[in-house]
Structures are given as C-alpha cells and as structure tokens.
Ligand binder design. Sequence first.
Ligand code: R5P
Length: 266
Amino acid sequence: MDWGMKNRLSKIIKPDNGKALMLAVDHGYFLGPTSGLEDAEKTIAPLLPYTDSLMLTRGILRTSVCPEDAANVPIVLRVSGGNSVLDEDLSNEDITVGIKDAIKLNIAAMALSIYVGSGYQHKTLVNLAKLIDLGEEYGIPVLAVTAVGKNMARDERYLSLSCRIAAELGAHIVKTYYCDHFDQVVKKCPIPIVIAGGKKIEELAALELTYKAIHDGAVGVDMGRNIFQADSPVAMIQAVRTIVHEGNSVKKAYALYHSLKKEKKT
Ligand code: R5P
C-alpha cells in the first residue's frame, strides 16, 4: 500500500487498536433536512472532539464545519448521490464530486454507496470501481456503503454478498448493517467492516448493537442517527466510544451515558 493511502487509512482506523469511531452526518444527500441535522453546524460542533472521523457531503462540510475546529478530524467525504427519497428506486446514483475538489477539502477517504440487487446495481458497482481507480491514483481510500434496497433482506447472505463484492472491486473499508451471524459476514470479507446504526432505537439497544458488532469482528461503527438523534448526543457518542475503543460492556457504557447526560443538564 502506498504511503499516502496507508497514512490516510490510519487516520480512520486507529493503528494502536485497529478500531474506528466514525460519525455519519451525510443523510441529507438524499433525505434533505434529516431530523437532528436541520441545523447541521449546531449538531456537529459539540460532537467533533469525540469522533475519530466525520462522514459528510462537501456542502455540509463547507457550510457547517469550521475548518479550524476540524483540524484533527479526518474527513470521509460522501461522493455519491444524485437521487432523493422521493424516487421509488434510490439506487440510481452517480459520482457527485470531482477528485480535485475532494483533494482541496483535504479528505482522508471517499465514500460511495453500492446497491447490490437493485435496479441500478451495475451502475453503482462500476462507479465504485472507477472511484477506486481514482483513489489508488491519488492515495485516497474508498469506503463502500452497502445500501439495502427496499426488497432486500438485511441478512447474512445478502450482506455477505454486498460486502464481498465491495472488497473484490478493491474498496478499502466497507460499511454495512449488523445482522444475525454477523461474524460470518466478517469472516468472508477481507477488508475492515464498520456498521451503520440504522434508524433511531433506544439508547440501550444502540449500545448493545455496537457491542455485538465489535464482538463479532467489526472494526467500528459509522453511526449517525443513533448518536445525533439521541436524547443527549454528546453523552451517546462518548458511551459508544468506550465500547469501540476500550471494549467497555453495555452495562458500563449505558451507565456512563446516563451520568454524562445528567452532568450536562445540571
Ligand atoms: C446512508 O446511506 C448514509 O451513509 C448514513 O450515513 C448511514 O446510513 C449511517 O447512518 P445511520 O447510523 O444513521 O444509519
């Protein structure tokens, strides 16, 4: 692996323990003003000190993140899109950022969604391959996001298929969902896996999900709604962090969440 590629990857996956806490706030690229991100600047700023990296679009990066505040926060730039929640088939995405602008933004990685089994499967997989070619040329890792189409089951078979295809095409990290027998998905995927949190669930359940994913072999989380839509996002990101980086138990992480939440209110 080239020096630049290795160096950028080590900003996302910490070399000392091989773990990664990524904060995902890219939802607006097809969902518009997602709940909790209406005022993105206000939501993101207090979370910055606790995340290893930040995943978002260039629009929100430029308008809502202070470059000085993010001096030590590697940026994972979402570079796919071109569709909205109003379309029945979300899979019709393309590459939406040029490599020169991505480099100007001093990014650590690029992220693109693939839609295995959906209407535009072929297009999104070829887009991934093209992005990886660019990434290899400039030393920038590519995170493949395994988006799940409406008619797809989020099960071991489907997620193994998606993750493995992403790895075969040359992605450097893959983001997917947790499922039963997740250890089997990990086992069959030769690149590091991070999990998305998915729709907002109870804080305890989100911490359990984090714990199970790490236990089953994920290197970390790329979590959004279960952090920024939590009752106390700052407390939640710190609780998730202790599971990812310190191997904390769910019980301890949940207790920490409550004590930090209380501290903030008093
Ligand atoms: C969706 O395609 C986006 O990449 C989100 O960043 C992703 O779903 C992770 O966010 P959440 O934890 O809210 O699912």
